[in-house]
Design a protein around this ligand. Structure first.
Ligand code: UDP
Ligand code: MG
Length: 309
C-alpha cells in the first residue's frame, strides 16, 4: 500500500480546522487505497489551533502535528512539513479550504499515471483584493523577465508530489525560501489542475500588503541576481555617453570655427568618472552574484531517473 502524507500549514486557523477536517474525512474514503497521514504544522498560532489539533490527534491516529515556538511564516511551516513527511506521495494544502481537498483523488491519479507533480493552477483571481491582484500580476511579469526560473502566475502551493520531488525541494538548503520559485527550479513532470479561487471558509487571510511585498521581494531576490548587474549597465551608459560627448567637443573645437565652452568638457569628465565608479560597482556586483550562487549551494542538476546503481 502506497503512503501519503498531507502537509497543512496552520496559523490561527482554529475556526476553520473542523470544517477542513470534515472535508478531509469525506475525501479519505476516496483515498482508502493509500496509507494516509495528515501532518498539521501549527505555525505559532495564538488562538486555539494547537488544542484543536491535539483533539484531532486524540481521535485519529493518522493525524500528526508539530507546533512552532512562534510564528515563522508559511514557508517555514511548509519546510518543516516536507522534512517530517516520509511518504511515497506528499501533498501540501492550505487549512482554509481554499485548496479544495476534493481535488486530491484526481491529483493522486495523475501521479499514478506517471506524473511527478500534480499541481493546482488558479483560473481566476475573483474574490481577491484588486490592488493585490494587480501587484501580484506585476510581480510575476517582472520576476519572469529578470529571473532564471519561470513561474506560472496561476501556480499555487496546492500540490501533490512524488517523494523524489520533495527530496529535490529539500536539497535546496537556502534560508530565505521562496517555495513557488523552488517548485519551478526543481522541474519534474507536472500536471496542472485548473482550480477556481474559492473564498476562505472561515477566519481571515494572514497576508498583509507589507507581508506580500516582502514575499515578492524574496521571490525576485532568490532567483535573480540581475539587479546586482544594473550598475554595470548604467556605468557603461555613462562612460559611453561621456566619451562620445568628449569626442564631439574635440572635433568641434579642432575642425570647426565653433568654440566649445570650457564647462562642457568638465561636465563630460564628471559623467565619465561617475560611469567609472558605477562600472566598478558593477564588477563588485558580478563577483557578489557568483558568491551568492556558491553560498546558496543549490544543486547544479537534479536527476529524475537513472539505471546506475
Ligand atoms: N499560514 C502559515 N503561517 C503564516 C501565514 C499563513 O502557516 O504565517 C498558513 C495559513 O494558516 C493557511 C496558509 O498558510 O493555511 C495560507 O494562508 P492564508 O490563507 O492566510 O493566505 P491566502 O490564502 O490569503 O494567500
Ligand atoms: Mg487562504
Amino acid at each position: 500500500m502506497k503512503t501519503l502524507d498531507l502537509i497543512i500549514p496552520c496559523y490561527n486557523e482554529a475556526q476553520v480546522l473542523p470544517l477542513l477536517m470534515q472535508a478531509l474525512q469525506e475525501v479519505r474514503a476516496a483515498l482508502n487505497s493509500y496509507d494516509c497521514r495528515l501532518i498539521f504544522v501549527d505555525d505559532g498560532s495564538s488562538d486555539a489551533t494547537l488544542d484543536v489539533l491535539k483533539g484531532f490527534a486524540a481521535a485519529d491516529r493518522a493525524v500528526r502535528y508539530l507546533s512552532f515556538s512562534r510564528n515563522f511564516g508559511k514557508e517555514a511551516a511548509m519546510l518543516a512539513g516536507l522534512r517530517a513527511a516520509k511518504a511515497d506521495y506528499i501533498g501540501i494544502l492550505d487549512a482554509d479550504l481554499q485548496h479544495s481537498p476534493a481535488l486530491l483523488p484526481e491529483m493522486l491519479h495523475a501521479l499514478e499515471e506517471g506524473y511527478d507533480v500534480a499541481a493546482a493552477k488558479r483560473t481566476d483571481r475573483s474574490g481577491e483584493n484588486k490592488l493585490v491582484s494587480r501587484l501580484s500580476n506585476a510581480f510575476y511579469k517582472l520576476s519572469n523577465r529578470v529571473s532564471d526560473v519561470q513561474i506560472d502566475p496561476g501556480a499555487q502551493d496546492f500540490r501533490v508530489m512524488r517523494r523524489c520531488v520533495a527530496d529535490a525541494i529539500l536539497s535546496l538548503p537556502e534560508h530565505r525560501r521562496f517555495t513557488k520559485g523552488i517548485f519551478a527550479f526543481v522541474g519534474f513532470r507536472t500536471k496542472w489542475f485548473p482550480h477556481e479561487n474559492a473564498a476562505r471558509a472561515a477566519g481571515e487571510t494572514k497576508w498583509s500588503l507589507a507581508k506580500l511585498v516582502r514575499y515578492a521581494l524574496d521571490g525576485i531576490l532568490a532567483f535573480s541576481d540581475r539587479l546586482l548587474l544594473l550598475p554595470l549597465f548604467f556605468g557603461a551608459l555613462c562612460c559611453g555617453g561621456s566619451l562620445i560627448a568628449l569626442l564631439v567637443q574635440l572635433i568641434l573645437q579642432l575642425c570647426t570655427p565653433v568654440t566649445v565652452h570650457a564647462v562642457h568638457p568638465l561636465v563630460a569628465v564628471a559623467f565619465l568618472l561617475t560611469g567609472l565608479l558605477l562600472l566598478s560597482l558593477g564588477v563588485l556586483g558580478v563577483y557578489l552574484s557568483r558568491v551568492l550562487t556558491e553560498v546558496r549551494g543549490r544543486p547544479q542538476y537534479i536527476i529524475r531517473e537513472s539505471n546506475l546503481s
